[in-house]
Ligand binder design. Sequence first.
Ligand code: SF4
Length: 201
Amino acid sequence: MMTISYEIGNKLYLNITNKCPCSCTFCIRQNGDGAYGSDSLWLEHQPTAAEVIENLKGRDLDKYEEIIFCGYGEPTNEFSLLLQACDYIRSVSKTPTRLNTNGLADKLNPEYGGCAKELCGRIDTVSISLNSPYRDGYMAVTRPVYDDAFDAMLSFAQSCKGYVPSVMMTVVDVIPKEDIEASQKLCDEIGVTLRVRPYES
Ligand code: SF4
């Protein structure tokens, strides 16, 4: 059975794809032990929009505090599906939505000519994994397929500000204090909120 949605506390998490253009050193996708099959969050096939919506129909979306796209893959790697799922959610509920993303939507979906505008009215919060405030550090940790990923991610963060009520970038609390300060400075320059999240080992 595939776990397309799951609850943690009073939040609903949506897991819509395994695909991702990054290979973050800390990601469960990188553990390389072939254990995905036994992990309930590893999708056995790419769900269609109809499958995701069918799954959502089985839930009372009004009862959640927030509905969050995240999972083991990058939600914007299935951008059309993401938008269709958002449209379904909006058609039945006003529950706030959040997109947890690596910020590479525009690299993944150049045909949209800017993905941020598509999120307008569909997503309430975009949370982008910054990981490191420095290009080299970012590239070393996230290992994206795109050479210009760092700039693309920052530019996506900036473009989201015009369309999404809340835009934040995140780092984990185990990076050096100086890096957290540099991340804060970067976020201030871009005009988004920095969220320092606890490292989950
Ligand atoms: S961006 Fe997310 S899903 Fe992709 S490799 Fe990094 S942690 Fe994993």
